[in-house]
Design a protein around this ligand. Structure first.
Ligand code: SAH
Length: 348
């Protein structure tokens, strides 16, 4: 059995050939595209300028992804919103909306679950359920933009999942979210975060996109990185750093290194010095974030003093560094926690 065509995952060329094959006039492709990617339609019934027969056919023969909002938690501290969405097959994913000075930003998931198994993260505790389609990634942004009623200017692929473990769908998502005829989010305003899947960082570099690549480093030595991130066993730190340099050479975009501070684990002065050595001479940015405690995991976040001392040490060594402002601390902010809570409730 061949898969049903997935309407919202198609680019304009694909949609055009689909419409022609269905025996409809070519301009219907433009209308469909507009309903999906500009008006952010949640159902085919909304598409009132399409012939009823064509709509019925689409409903019967195609996949039309529309996420169902199951829950939203709103932070009283800063207005951050954490959404829980239900997928067609009953899987759940979460996405976060934050308001910054520069505009609205959405953090999306790229997979339902994750198979990377980082030792401080909640997303991978139950393994990977499946990859998300391009449409399901887009939908997180679309549903939130409709809910908030305000333009979203930035998207970060930093929610549940490893985007470079879902490479083809990620690339399609980037194509669609940045398309002029869609939400037209600038590549500069798009960030993709990876735990360091080396071959796919290399592949992405070849595309020479203007997006920001964030690499989750979390440790400056091979041994320590392995204890925190199983993927480090497969792709060695040295290889990763080499590939990051290659990425910069190809794209001219400086890499952001994420470094989650775990108290007493990777936050000492010695760690800061070693990180500065590792990044010496590189055009990059370091984003420090004290670990958000996850009850099933042993790591605890560094205190403010330790985080500041770590930052100062890096700065003294000429490294560009910020401590990430923590948003939505009061609403299960750590990746995957809201989804996990719901899945446990379902199992009970
Ligand atoms: N798989 C990708 C993107 C998802 S995780 C990646 O690894 O980059 C997004 C970021 O949140 C990563 O830097 C990840 O290491 C970090 N993260 C996960 N759990 C965290 C926690 N409990 N506290 C702080 N940061 C966490």
């Amino acid at each position: 059995m061949t898969e049903k065509p997935d309407l919202k995952s198609m680019n304009q060329t694909e949609l055009l050939s689909f419409v022609k094959e269905a025996g409809e006039k070519p301009f219907r492709a433009g209308q469909l595209y507009q309903w999906m990617h500009q008006k952010l339609s949640a159902s085919i019934d909304e598409m009132t300028n399409l012939p009823a027969g064509f709509r019925a056919k689409l409903k019967q023969e195609c996949i039309f992804s529309a996420l169902k909002q199951t829950d939203v938690q709103i932070s009283r501290q800063d207005g951050t919103r954490k959404y829980l969405f239900l997928l067609e097959d009953q899987n759940m994913i979460e996405s976060v909306w934050m308001r910054y000075k520069f505009g609205g930003s959405v953090c999306i998931s790229s997979q339902a679950g994750c198979r990377m198994g980082c030792k401080f993260c909640a997303s991978g505790l139950n393994g990977l359920a499946r990859n998300l389609s391009p449409a399901e990634m887009l939908e997180q942004v679309y549903r939130i933009q409709r809910d908030i009623g305000e333009r979203i200017s930035h998207v970060v692929v930093m929610g549940t999942g490893e985007p470079l473990d879902n490479y083809d769908n990620l690339l399609k998502f980037i194509e669609l979210i940045t398309a002029e005829e869609g939400l037209h989010i600038s590549q500069r305003n798009l960030t993709v975060s990876t735990c360091g899947i080396v071959p796919n960082i290399r592949k992405l570099a070849e595309k020479r996109l203007g997006i920001t690549l964030a690499v989750s480093l979390h440790a400056s030595s091979q041994e320590k990185r392995e204890t925190l991130m199983p993927i480090a066993v497969k792709y060695k730190l040295e290889e990763l750093m080499h590939t990051c340099r290659y990425y910069f050479e190809k794209t001219g975009r400086r890499i952001t290194f994420e470094y989650a501070l775990a108290s007493g684990v990777n936050d000492t002065e010695k760690d800061a010095r070693s990180l500065a050595e590792l990044l010496f001479g590189m055009n990059c940015h370091v984003n420090l974030i004290p670990i958000n405690p996850v009850k099933e995991q042993i790591y605890r976040g560094s205190g403010q003093d330790a985080a500041l001392a770590f930052k100062n040490k890096l700065e003294k060594n000429g490294i560009n560094v910020t401590i990430r402002r923590e948003m939505g601390r009061d609403i299960d902010a750590a990746c995957g926690q809201l989804r996990k809570k719901y899945m446990e409730r379902q199992v009970d």
